[in-house]
Design a protein around this ligand. Sequence first.
Ligand code: HEM
Length: 128
Amino acid sequence: QGTAAMATAPAGLYQALGEKPGITRLMDDFVNRVVKDPRIGGHFKDVKPAALKESLTDQICQLSGGPCKYEGADMKSAHADMDINKGHFNALVEVLQSAMDAQGIPFAQQNRLLALLAPMHRDVITIR
Ligand code: HEM
């Protein structure tokens, strides 16, 4: 991931997300919601959900302070040529919030994860 993504994980976030099993469940539900979302589902029409779930699980696990290593593409390369605008980015964040609600993740912990993801907008949004 890009340098902007390499913020320090707040203590206890990995645990609050339910560690690897909780993050796996969260990303499973999140991707299922994303592909169905009318605002951004189209971006994912040619994507294999299982592989994306695995990449995201590793990324969020590592980012939140867990013992994982994300080995996928950096955020800039992963999202190049996708015509992602601010509305798409915000829609994805909204879907993530719904998925975190569904997993019973406390609001304050949700915000700690979102704060780690927010700086990635610089690499993900390509239409300004
Ligand atoms: C903070 C926001 C985001 C994060 C952290 C994120 C993270 C990721 C990660 C980790 C991958 C996998 C890359 C790999 O395995 O090499 C990925 C792929 C992808 N992302 Fe994002 N993403 C974000 C926002 C978005 C948005 C807003 C869209 C479009 C609406 C989007 C569309 C995609 C698509 C279509 C892929 C699949 C690429 C492929 O497999 O060819 N992402 N993203």
